[in-house]
Design a protein around this ligand. Structure first.
Ligand code: FAD
Length: 258
């Protein structure tokens, strides 16, 4: 919708409106393209919802919804569910008091200068960066829990098929190297930068949001070092602490929520 008014935002913050918009789009639009969900696809959905119920740093109403969907889904013993049954559960749960996922999208930090730029794919990256950081803070025992659920989600549900293929290649190549919750945070950051590198200057790039090696020296000077020969190096320790603070719940703003 080109008539939507521009929502001013701060590029050094994360917006709950983007995260909730991503959940809405993922659960009500993207999943809806599968009539029957079974086998590996059902396993991927269960893992995705379980990770959301565990780590999404949402408002209480949204957490109530995710937890209610999660317990319903984990209790499904059949090898197959229909999207209609899933959607019914989503809608019925929303009728319970203090349980809801707002309808519709309201992009803020993921707004594009034109309707075909940014939005949902930006939301997906943001969501999974947030989840890897939340998992690190929660200190769980499975280092790959969030990334495996992301891998399954992207592989089976993400509408951009070339994106899914690229991501699956990266996962096959190096996801096994992830052995700690910190390396999981850094793995996703570095793969996202690879994608940025590949897409810089591409037609899909929003001219107002150029694809850079992120975070820029402006927002994280300490993340960057220059060797004697002038070669750029990331300071991984500083990058990790930047990511842990940038994607922490303290840095998430509730502006523009309904
Ligand atoms: P995005 O790249 O979506 O980033 C969103 C926000 O995250 C940025 O604004 C910034 O604040 C932050 N950010 C940027 N870089 C990093 C980083 N390294 N670490 C942490 N945070 C960061 N498009 C294609 O055309 N081809 C593809 O193969 C492709 N593969 C994709 C694979 C996945 C898994 C996903 C989720 C998306 C993929 N896309 C692909 C879409 C593309 O990566 C962008 O999401 C899209 O072009 C919108 O770009 P954007 O400017 O909103 O920034």
């Amino acid at each position: 919708n080109t008539e939507e008014p521009w929502r001013p935002f701060n590029r050094s913050r994360v917006y709950m409106a983007d995260l909730e918009s991503t959940l809405h789009y993922s659960l009500r639009v993207e999943l809806a393209s599968q009539t029957q969900i079974k086998g590996e696809v059902l396993i991927a959905l269960k893992k995705y919802i379980s990770v959301l119920a565990k780590y999404f740093p949402g408002r209480p109403v949204v957490m109530n919804l995710l937890q209610s969907i999660n317990s319903w889904l984990q209790n499904q013993t059949a090898n197959e569910i229909s999207y209609v049954a899933f959607k019914e559960k989503l809608d019925n749960s929303s009728q319970a008091p203090d349980t809801a996922l707002p309808e519709g999208v309201r992009w803020v930090g993921c707004q594009g200068s034109k309707p075909h730029f940014r939005r949902y794919p930006c939301g997906v990256w943001t969501l999974f960066h947030v989840l890897t950081v939340q998992a690190k803070k929660a200190g769980g025992s499975d280092a790959k829990e969030v990334l495996s659920s992301m891998r399954g989600y992207i592989h089976h549900f993400f509408g951009c098929r070339p994106c899914a293929e690229h991501f699956e290649n990266m996962a096959q190549e190096s996801l096994a190297e992830v052995t700690t919750l910190s390396t999981a945070v850094l793995w996703l950051w570095s793969r996202h930068n690879r994608v940025n590198n590949r897409l810089a200057g591409d037609l899909s790039e929003d001219p107002n949001f150029p694809k850079i090696q992120w975070p820029s020296p402006e927002i994280c000077p300490a993340c960057h070092t220059v060797k004697d020969n002038g070669e750029h190096r990331w300071n991984h320790e500083q990058v990790l602490s930047f990511l842990l603070s940038h994607f922490s719940s303290n840095n998430i703003l509730s502006d523009y929520l309904e």
